[in-house]
Design a binder for this molecule. Structure first.
Ligand SMILES: C[S@@+](CC[C@H](N)C(=O)[O-])C[C@H]1O[C@@H](n2cnc3c(N)ncnc32)[C@H](O)[C@@H]1O
Length: 255
């Protein structure tokens, strides 16, 4: 979630769980929290809906740069099939992915949000055009795709998984990336002066350092092919970094 960074406990006052902040993640509590949020951009972005436009523009610019360097995915052609992970109400799909991909699948554990995507007005056009693919009401820690993708987009949702779950999830999903495709991670980054990840009890999530995320990508067998900071967010918020990842050893994708 979009978040103000002015909330951390100095190292000297930290308990052992704070030294391993992801140990405090409670996925049931997280789902309960998200189920109480409104099904709109304000609810998705923790009271900072005004950053959505610039966030989506930053994502579009980042992908455009990736496509400029890609043989498989030139800028002139839409990607075939992509998946929006931890999609919430589908803000990223509606604001950006629908422009760059033919078909978009959705993974989101909160039923209230997936119900809106499957039946609500905002997705009506995509549904009628046959461009909304499969919608999975499921957490990423247990989701296994049934097809391959040109791009797997994770935004503000890996923070809901423990470190071990992030590495395991990315390792599992990378097998479903088509040749030349990208796994994208766009997450808040803590620049906590003491170098620790930060647990947030509001939505039972963890904001990680850039170093931690890089270590998890490596563990999952993914290499960073591009990375960029999101520009233009208010200074009070966490920095947000985008990473484009590809398997460090290329193998044939699953179906
Ligand atoms: C801050 S919102 C971001 C939504 C969307 N990605 C966006 O950028 O607008 C976090 C989302 O992560 C979802 N989430 C919570 N636990 C999750 C899990 N275990 N796996 C995947 N998504 C999860 C929440 O339900 C919520 O929709």
């Amino acid at each position: 979630m979009v978040r103000d960074e002015n909330q951390f406990t100095p190292l000297s006052e930290q308990t052992p769980t704070e030294l391993r902040p992801d140990a405090s993640i409670d996925q049931v509590a997280a789902i309960e929290y998200w189920s109480t949020q409104t099904s709109d951009v304000d609810g998705m972005l923790g009271g900072y809906p005004q950053v959505s436009r610039i966030d989506l523009q930053g994502s579009a610019n980042f992908l455009a740069k990736l496509c400029t360097r890609s043989k498989e995915h030139p800028k002139t052609k839409r990607l075939g099939r992509v998946v929006d992970c931890g999609a919430g109400i589908g803000r990223v799909t509606l604001g950006f992915l629908y422009k760059v991909a033919e078909i978009i699948d959705i993974v989101e554990p909160v039923e209230k949000f997936t119900k809106e995507i499957k039946g609500g007005y905002s997705f009506r056009e995509l549904r009628e055009e046959g461009r909304l693919g499969d919608v999975y009401t499921q957490g990423l820690e247990s989701w296994t795709p049934s097809r391959s993708y040109d791009m797997i987009w994770h935004q503000w949702c890996l923070s809901q998984l423990t470190d071990a779950q992030v590495a395991e999830c990315l390792q599992r999903l990378k097998q479903f990336l088509r040749s030349g495709g990208w796994m994208i991670v766009k997450e808040n980054i803590t620049t906590h002066s003491l170098g620790n990840d930060v647990y947030d009890e509001t939505d039972s999530s963890v904001t990680r350092t850039d170093e931690k995320l890089r270590a998890l990508f490596k563990k999952a067998g993914l290499k960073i092919v591009a990375t960029e900071l999101q520009r233009g967010f208010p200074k009070i918020l966490y920095s947000v970094r985008m990473y484009a990842l590809q398997p460090d050893v290329v193998s044939n994708p699953s179906p």
